[in-house]
Design a protein around this ligand. Structure first.
Ligand SMILES: Nc1ncnc2c1ncn2[C@@H]1O[C@H](COP(=O)(O)OP(=O)(O)OP(=O)(O)O)[C@@H](O)[C@H]1O
Ligand SMILES: [Mg+2]
Length: 234
């Protein structure tokens, strides 16, 4: 069984179902990309996996256990960390306090990890005493990812981590994602930047109107004409 398995997932908003019978598997230690047009349901998928919205049907297994009915904080305690679109953080608190709050879920080991995290995010070290709300967009995105790492994730759900960032920061984000995967963290990555996401993905899924319509290795989908025509602008 994969580290994270989503089977037959249905979810939506109000009277409308957005996700229909979605199956996704994330193998331990790998990176899996989800690509698809705007409105395809990628964000909804991550929200449903992490229990921020309800699952209407289907099952989610994580680390060998059925976690379908667990609330968000219980998933965080099990090591499933979601970095949402839009980078929510504690705006009044400093960068370092934000990291401390996130690290607290694993106690002393979490606090001890903060200095190492600031080494990996030099921008955050220089801004450590600044209120998070006053960071630039790129800095906020770095902090959102650093916070998830402070919690010691087994698996990370990343929703558009490079959105709106300058090219140099996009490079930095992709570098951090790759190094975190190399550390053994499993990553489910939703990215607008489909070409780059597929280039580093072990496996990838294409989503259309709330359904998975294609899956393969990242390389296979990069090679697929329909995928390149629809999502890679070639
Ligand atoms: N809170 C909500 N209430 C009602 N409908 C919603 C809500 N959030 C999203 N939707 C609808 O659900 C569908 C899927 O949206 P979702 O945000 O999951 O797509 P996405 O693939 O993440 O798109 P994008 O690439 O733009 O981020 C869209 O039709 C969207 O309008
Ligand atoms: Mg989205």
């Amino acid at each position: 069984m994969a580290l994270l398995e989503v089977c037959g997932l249905r979810a939506g908003y109000g009277k409308i179902d957005i996700l229909h019978d979605v199956d996704v598997a994330l193998e331990a230690g790998t990176l899996c990309a989800i690509v698809g047009a705007n409105g395809a349901g990628k964000t909804t998928l991550l929200l449903a996996i992490s229990a921020i919205i309800a699952k209407r049907a289907g099952t989610v297994y994580f680390n060998g256990a059925d976690v379908t009915k667990l609330p968000p904080h219980a998933l965080v305690h099990r090591g499933l960390l979601h970095v949402p679109e839009g980078r929510r953080m504690l705006a009044q608190m400093s960068v370092e306090e934000n990291l401390q709050v996130a690290a607290a879920v694993r106690g002393a080991a979490g606090f001890a990890s903060i200095d190492g995290l600031l080494d990996r995010f030099p921008i955050l070290r220089t801004r450590r005493n600044v209120p998070a709300g006053s960071l630039s967009g790129g800095e906020q995105q770095m902090l959102a990812i650093a916070r998830a790492l402070a919690a010691g994730p087994t698996a990370l759900l990343l929703d558009e981590p490079s959105m709106g960032l300058a090219p140099k920061l996009v490079d930095e984000i992709f570098h951090i994602i790759a190094s975190e995967r190399a550390n053994g963290t499993s990553i489910l990555l939703v990215e607008q930047n489909a070409r780059r996401a597929l280039a580093i993905a072990d496996r990838a899924y294409v989503m259309e109107r709330g359904r998975i319509v294609l899956t393969g290795t990242g390389a296979e989908l990069l090679d697929n004409r329909e995928v390149t025509a629809a999502y890679l602008g070639t």
